[in-house]
Design a protein around this ligand. Sequence first.
Ligand code: NAD
Ligand code: TYD
Length: 350
Amino acid sequence: MKKTLIITGGAGFIGSHVVRLFVNKYPNYHIINLDALTYAGNLENLKDIEDAANYTFVKADITDPEGIKTVFEQYKPDGVIHLAAESHVDRSITDPNAFIKTNVMGTANLLNTVKELWKGDFEGKRFYHVSTDEVYGSLGAEGFFLETTPYDPQSPYSASKAASDHFVRAYGNTYGLPFVLTNCSNNYGPNHFPEKLIPLFINNIKNNKPLPVYGDGKYTRDWLYVIDHARAIDIVFHKGKNGETYNIGGFNEWQNIELVKLLIKEMDKQLGRPEGTSEKLITYIKDRPGHDRRYAIDATKIKNELGWEPSVTFEQGLSQTIQWYMDNEEWLSEVTSGNYQKYYEKQYAS
Ligand code: NAD
Ligand code: TYD
């Protein structure tokens, strides 16, 4: 079946894996990657598919109502997979307004745009909102986040994502907009921007730089390989029920400090350093304000109802991730030097 899909934030970490999966798997779909190319957007992530016949990149900002209306009227999408967001908790602490603008206003703007475009004729239409487990707040030592867990966001990032989730559900309830929504745990994998824990620490271990561990290092996250998240998005987009929420997680909890020690072990092996050499780089620093203690997803619903589960173990995923960063030194140096932002000008100059 032919379809036109707009994927927002497709030049980012998760978005680029989703775009690649859809472009390769669905040659009959026209995939429009709509991205503003903020600091987190990098078209070099998609070099391998940029010339595909069913792929189009459009530079546009989801917070710009007129610009978004023009793109949507031009391409008339049947579906939207919305990933564009400000995504880094630490940045949300220093600049919350950027998060309110993009994550809340930008999402509302997309909802208004599809509401107008589809004009109540929702046959074959779907708005997929990609969200985070951080909307549920922080867990103690026990328990898991379920789809029914009450929202309790603690950072400006998670509050802005929670607000956007509420708007999506409200448009479903009020206007009948067909939507699906997923809340996913921490992702890791290739193309992850090196401001987040795993890629930052891979880069720092490689360059013998300090590894800044916040607080006591005993904060816990549930890690999922990004390609498994992209697979889940494909399954939910095609098989999820309208109006439903699905939690996505890795069944894979790690305390930060244990994860850092595992990374060090793997990296030292890769770099030919005696085991444990890089442990001296661990540097405990001042904690993140309002730091959530523990996240853990119960992903039973998506497993039982849609048959999704992670395809790789953490050991496999982490080793593939380290290998990718070792093999893609140029990507990393372009990102850390800021040069990647020139790629758009070079590629799309004419
Ligand atoms: P990212 O920061 O790597 O990428 C975000 C992308 O959105 C970038 O390409 C950026 O250019 C684009 N963007 C930002 N503002 C925009 C705007 N105003 N208009 C158009 N494009 C804009 O983020 P990510 O880690 O790939 O996360 C993608 C989505 O998944 C986000 O909605 C995030 O909340 C959600 N999520 C992320 C994780 C995770 O672990 N990274 C986990 C669960 C959910
Ligand atoms: P991060 O990758 O920023 O994801 P999130 O905050 O969305 O979970 O951080 C993962 C964990 O690692 C979190 O507990 C904060 C911690 N962390 C550090 O200890 N040091 C760092 O430099 C960073 C970036 C994160």
